[in-house]
Ligand binder design. Sequence first.
Ligand SMILES: Nc1ncnc2c1ncn2[C@@H]1O[C@H](COP(=O)(O)OP(=O)(O)O)[C@@H](O)[C@H]1O
Ligand SMILES: [Mg+2]
Length: 334
Amino acid sequence: MIHLKSLTKTFPHPDGKITAVDQVTLKINTGEIFGIIGLSGAGKSTLVRLINRLEEADSGEIWIDDTELRNLNKLKLNIVRKEIGMIFQHFNLLESRTVEENVAFPLELAGMKKKEIGERVQETLRLVGLLDKAKVHPAQLSGGQKQRVAIARAIANRPKILLCDEATSALDPQTTKSILTLLKELKNTLNLTVIMITHEMEVIREICERVAVMQNGAVIECDAVETVFMHPKTELTRSFVTHLRPDRKQVAPKDAASYRLQLTFLGDSIQEPLLSRTIQKYGVEINILAAEINQLATVPVGNLLVEVSGSKEEIEFCIHAFHQQNIQVEVVSA
Ligand SMILES: Nc1ncnc2c1ncn2[C@@H]1O[C@H](COP(=O)(O)OP(=O)(O)O)[C@@H](O)[C@H]1O
Ligand SMILES: [Mg+2]
């Protein structure tokens, strides 16, 4: 549905030019949540700004369905832009307007009638769970609530695509989760295609189906999230996976440990009961990072990447228990 073909963008710089986006080719499917991860300066923001032509590419093509955006005149571009919503790290709300006036803003720009605007704003605030804050100014809201307003504003015109540039980077982990859950719900209710830009692997793991990894303007890896977790192809991707923030269990600090294990087992049915039994028995906490089942000849082979937290001793017992059940355990990191 979104097809970027060899997109390139350079910026002038005193020592020559910076290639912010370097020949990026990507296909993003309708209705998927697609992640783009990379370190600061990798070119992620520039890439999303190229998609809605907030920034003009030097070369390449931007296809949305059957329309190539770089060929459109201003008028037609403005029509297509209504189908693309965007949210940012710092919310970019209009501080002088109330919540409902912020959400009404893009509808006013689109020339919608006053009565319709009122109805649409109500409906949209209900979708993001902020009906009770309609008359409030942004300054009175928490970060998570501000991002909900920004989301409401971005979806007010009922776009087909939502671009999220570090939308959760200013939020604490719990608020991040609630915003990601909201985005997932909205994706389903409104049939959105979502592009999530982030530098946090947690965000990718939480909601993305596929992910592209960017480095120095280029896409260096692109695959299903599970595959990227299980088989990272590049050093950078490996470091994102390794530095994933574990949901740590509360144990005495000196004993606290967290191991990343790759479990391999025959058969496809044992993982859930096995894990919950192990958690109960050894008191560890197990967080499944990725799972896959491969058919090997006639036997399914399961692979799980898990994060086990607890005391060092509890984890050692737990690994021993896995071995006893014929599960192959590889300690990826400890
Ligand atoms: N308007 C601009 N003018 C000059 N250089 C820019 C501009 N915008 C971005 N850059 C440069 O392009 C590169 C990519 O930036 P950016 O897309 O913001 O990366 P990211 O979002 O991944 O952190 C950086 O080196 C940045 O300094
Ligand atoms: Mg950025």
